[in-house]
Design a binder for this molecule. Structure first.
Ligand SMILES: Nc1ncnc2c1ncn2[C@@H]1O[C@H](COP(=O)(O)OP(=O)(O)O)[C@@H](O)[C@H]1O
Ligand SMILES: Cc1ncc(COP(=O)(O)O)c(N)n1
Length: 268
C-alpha cells in the first residue's frame, strides 16, 4: 500500500512530550511518514517552559517550500505558531500548495500554564490562519478566548462549538479534557466523542497528539468522524500507558506493537 505523508508545522518541545516530537511519534505509530516544519524551539520539560526562541519567518517559509516543492503532503497538522509573521507565511503556503487536509490545534498556553502565543497575534490567528483549516481543535480555554465567553459544562460546549464553527467558517472539534467527568469532545456537526476520564497527572501532549492523529487518519483516507473516533481512542490508550519520566506532568506514551493475531499491544 502507498505510504501516506503527514506534515506537522509546530514548535519543538525539548522534553519530547508535546509539539513536533509528539506529532512525529504519532505519525510513526500510525504507520505514516512524518515531516516537520519548526516554528519555535522551546526549552521545556515536565515542569514547564523556561525559554522560547521563535524561528525567523523566512526560515519557516524555506522549510515549507522545501517540503511542499518536493514531497507530496497528504495532510497537515498545525500546532504552536507564536507570532503574526509566521502565521502569514503558513497561510500563504497553505493557499499556494493546497494540501487536502489541514488540522489546526490553536495552541495558546502549555499545560504548565506558560504562554506559547503572543497576545497581539490572537486577531491574526482568528482571521488568517483558523479559517484555512479543514478542522480546528481548541481546548476549552482556547475556545473561551476565541469566543470571549466562559464554557463550564457539556451543555455550554454544545452551543459554543456551533458558534465557533460559524465564526471561523470551518469545522470545529471542541475538546472537553479540562472539564470534570467523562472526557467528551464535541464536533460542530453535533457528533460527540466520549471516553472515560483517566485520573492521572501524566497528560502532557494530549492535545498535540489528538490533532496529529486526526491528521494522520485523514491522510489514511478515513472520513472525519472515523478519523476523530480513532484518534480519540489512540490518545486514550496513550494516556493509559503513560509513565513518569520527570518531576512534573509526564507525557503520554506512543509505543505499541502488533501481536500475531493483528491486535495492538501497548508497551508499558
Ligand atoms: N484525563 C483524561 N482522560 C481521558 N481523556 C482525556 C483526559 N484529559 C484529556 N483527555 C482527552 O485528550 C484530548 C486532549 O484534550 P484536552 O486536554 O482538552 O486538550 P489540550 O491538551 O489541548 O489542553 C481530548 O480528546 C480529551 O478529551
Ligand atoms: C511546543 C509545544 N507545543 C504545544 C504544547 C501544548 O501541549 P500541552 O497542552 O500538553 O502542554 C506545548 N506544551 N509545547
Amino acid at each position: 500500500m502507498e505510504r501516506k505523508h503527514v506534515l506537522t508545522i509546530a514548535g519543538s518541545d525539548s522534553g519530547g512530550g508535546a509539539g513536533i516530537q509528539a506529532d512525529l511519534k504519532v505519525f510513526s505509530a500510525l504507520g505514516t511518514y512524518g515531516m516537520s516544519v519548526i516554528t519555535a524551539v522551546t526549552a521545556q520539560n515536565t515542569l514547564g517552559v523556561t525559554a522560547i526562541q521563535e524561528i525567523d519567518a523566512q526560515i519557516v517559509k524555506s522549510q515549507l517550500d522545501a517540503v511542499f516543492s518536493d514531497i507530496r503532503v497528504d495532510a497537515v497538522k498545525i500546532g504552536m505558531v507564536s507570532n503574526q509573521e509566521i502565521m502569514d507565511v503558513i497561510a500563504e503556503s497553505i493557499q499556494r500548495y493546497q494540501p487536502p487536509h489541514v488540522v489546526m490545534d490553536p495552541v495558546m498556553i502549555a499545560k504548565s500554564g506558560d504562554p506559547l502565543l503572543q497576545e497581539d497575534s490572537i486577531a491574526t490567528l482568528r482571521s488568517v490562519l483558523l479559517p484555512m483549516a479543514t478542522l480546528i481543535t481548541p481546548n476549552l480555554p482556547e475556545a473561551e478566548v476565541l469566543l470571549g465567553c466562559n464554557i463550564t459544562s457539556t451543555t455550554e460546549m454544545r452551543q459554543a462549538v456551533k458558534e465557533l464553527a460559524g465564526k471561523m467558517n470551518t469545522q470545529v472539534l471542541l475538546k472537553g479534557g479540562h472539564l470534570d467527568g467523562d472526557a467528551v469532545d464535541i464536533l460542530s456537526t453535533g457528533k460527540e466523542f466520549s471516553s472515560p476520564r483517566i485520573e492521572t497527572p501524566h497528560t502532557h501532549g494530549t492535545g498535540c497528539s489528538l490533532s496529529s492523529a486526526i491528521a494522520a487518519y485523514l491522510a489514511l483516507g478515513e472520513p472525519i468522524d472515523e478519523a476523530i473516533a480513532k484518534a480519540k481512542e489512540y490518545v486514550f490508550q496513550a494516556i493509559c500507558h503513560a509513565f513518569p519520566i520527570g518531576n512534573g506532568h509526564s507525557p503520554i506514551h506512543h509505543f505499541y506493537q502488533w501481536d500475531q493475531g493483528g491486535r495492538k499491544v501497548w508497551d508499558s
